[in-house]
Design a protein around this ligand. Structure first.
Ligand code: AMP
Length: 538
């Protein structure tokens, strides 16, 4: 059984490694690492990180993708007593550099695949982090002068730590960056206490065992991946990350690998459903089918439940700021369909240690059945954005929706209604934040970057239905004299992650205004969806 009360993020992994070092912990591309092997790597790399940083590092960047470095590297960062800062090698250098600088990363671990990215990433940094490169024989060319680099040989020669550093529970365990409407991502530090509370709630809820076999569909820049790694390892289970090709046929992966715990954004299930692949009884080995990150359509939950009749289907909900997930609805084929609102499965009730309330703009509770903003309070709620006191202040209400002393309530921006049975139903957003295949995007951030491109005078980014039913894509409406749309697209790709790039650009001279004199986004969306505003042929 699982570690009952892990006090920090890596405690569960370490306990499993000590208890059964020979059990499999991770399989990537057919190669398996046992708990003992991963633990040994993490202890050695943690020592290398500490040596490279000249003392206990505070923040360790991990520039790696679905490699042993991305998994053992996350552990090594924690073992060294640092906060892990996952970086996606496919994101533009400018964006990753911004993260390195703002997070104050003092040591960076990178995998073999990230080699060509290192030069462009580190060029121009005022203070370059120390580099730990367990998969490189030589330091890459074109590094800033004075860069400290440990290559494969140095790492192999490092004397491993005897044990992981035990951090202060209030220390940051991981730091992620999420889309910001002003054009800059927001840093969300999550402390060991926050994530320990999350792990505890899940440990009790699911009772996973060493026989469980977990998917990992999420990139590590997405906090839902923390569930996969640390729930699998805390229970002594086996983590089976899906590669790019596996993600094209995820149900085959489940069957071929005898997966027992599935966790993904609903979009993956939506696509499988639309393509007719969720055949009744076709996923007999699944015990748990968990979805989180965006609205879950009831038809899809029902179809998945029929495909995996031996599994419990759950809709989890939560923003990064409240640590991975903090509300949940368990799908019941008999009662849940009637509880869906607008065809969307309810987000349920809060985790233990968490409270939820629907509040008005000024922080007062709305009557049951009325629509309000979902606000969250409790052990999983973060302390505030990285170095952004004003954004933090705007993100919280001081309120007492259930009486007693007023407390801090995180404003999610999600519109909800409490239903007669005490659950929360998800109704949409208060703002223009959207989810594209589960990725959180402030359309304002994309607009801000569009306006920085030469010749762009006005820009509006809108979520519109894609060619495939049930899938949303981004469309950009742009104005400007002699606009070079290709150059604009290139400029955007150099600044933003691939999932934030609009699928289509629609040039327009004059934007329609609404009665308040603002750009009429609804009218623009209408014209894009109807085909009246044609896309520029890219
Ligand atoms: P992220 O910080 O990327 O995890 O995104 C959090 C946002 O995703 C929430 O504020 C919601 O808008 C959305 N979200 C997450 N889970 C659900 C869910 N089960 N149903 C509807 N929306 C969800």
């Amino acid at each position: 059984m699982q570690e009952p009360q892990p006090s920090f993020l890596h405690a569960g992994f370490r306990a499993s490694a000590l208890r059964h070092p020979d059990r499999p912990a991770l399989t990537l591309d057919g190669r398996t690492w046992t708990y003992g092997e991963l633990d040994a790597l993490a202890l050695r790399w943690a020592a290398a990180l500490t040596a490279a940083a000249g003392g206990r590092p505070r923040r360790v960047g991990v520039l790696a993708h679905r490699s042993v470095v991305s998994y053992a590297g996350f552990l090594a960062a924690l073992y060294a007593g640092a906060a892990a800062v996952p970086l996606h090698p496919k994101y533009p250098a400018a964006r990753n550099r911004d993260v390195l600088e703002r997070a104050g990363v003092d040591a960076l671990l990178a995998d073999g695949g990230a080699l060509p990215r290192l030069g462009p990433l580190l060029t121009g940094l005022a203070v370059a982090p120390a580099l730990v490169l367990p998969e490189h024989d030589e330091a890459p060319a074109a590094l800033p002068a004075g860069s400290r680099v440990l290559t494969r040989r140095d790492v192999a020669a490092a004397e491993p730590q005897a044990a992981p550093v035990s951090p202060d529970p209030a220390d940051t365990a991981y730091l992620l960056f999420t889309s910001g409407s002003t054009g800059r991502p927001k840093g969300v530090p999550i402390a060991h206490t926050h994530v320990a509370s999350f792990l505890r709630a899940n440990t009790e809820r699911y009772g996973f065992t060493p026989d469980d076999r977990f998917t990992n569909t999420f990139d590590q820049t997405f906090d839902l991946s923390v569930f996969d790694l640390f729930m699998a390892w805390g229970s002594g289970g086996h983590l089976l990350p899906l590669g790019a090709t596996d993600l094209m046929a995820p149900l085959d992966f489940v069957r071929d690998n005898a997966v027992t715990v599935w966790f993904s954004v609903p979009s993956v299930a939506v696509l499988q459903h639309r393509r007719g692949r969720l055949k009744p009884g076709s996923l007999p080995g699944l015990r748990w089918s968990l979805f989180c990150g965006e609205a879950l359509p009831d038809t899809v939950a029902a179809a998945w439940q029929e495909a995996a009749p031996g599994s419990v289907v759950e809709n989890l909900y939560g923003p990064t700021e409240a640590t991975i997930a903090c509300m949940v609805h368990r799908w019941d084929p008999r009662t849940s369909p009637d509880r869906a609102v607008n065809g969307i499965v309810p987000i349920g009730t809060p985790y233990p240690g968490m409270a939820a309330a629907a509040l008005t703009e000024d922080g007062r509770p709305v009557a049951d059945g009325e629509t309000g903003e979902l606000c969250l309070s409790g052990a999983q709620v973060f302390d505030g954005y990285l170095d952004a006191p004003e954004q933090t202040a705007r993100a919280f209400h001081t309120a007492a929706p259930y009486g007693g002393e007023p407390g801090r309530w995180y404003r999610t921006g999600d519109l909800v209604r409490r239903t007669a049975d005490g659950e929360f139903a998800y109704l949409g957003r208060l703002d223009t934040q959207v989810k594209i295949l589960g990725h959180r995007i402030e359309t304002g951030e994309v607009e801000a970057h569009l306006l920085r491109q030469p010749g762009v005078a006005q820009a509006v980014v809108l979520p519109v239905p894609g060619d495939e039913e049930g899938v949303t894509v981004l469309a950009a409406v742009v104005s400007g004299d002699g606009l070079d749309v290709e150059a604009v697209d290139d400029g955007l790709r150099a600044a933003l992650p691939p999932y934030m790039i609009p699928l289509t650009y629609h040039p327009l001279d004059t934007f329609p205004l609404n009665a308040n004199g603002k750009v009429d986004r609804g009218a623009l969306r209408e014209r894009v969806v109807s085909g009246d505003l044609e896309p520029y042929p890219l």
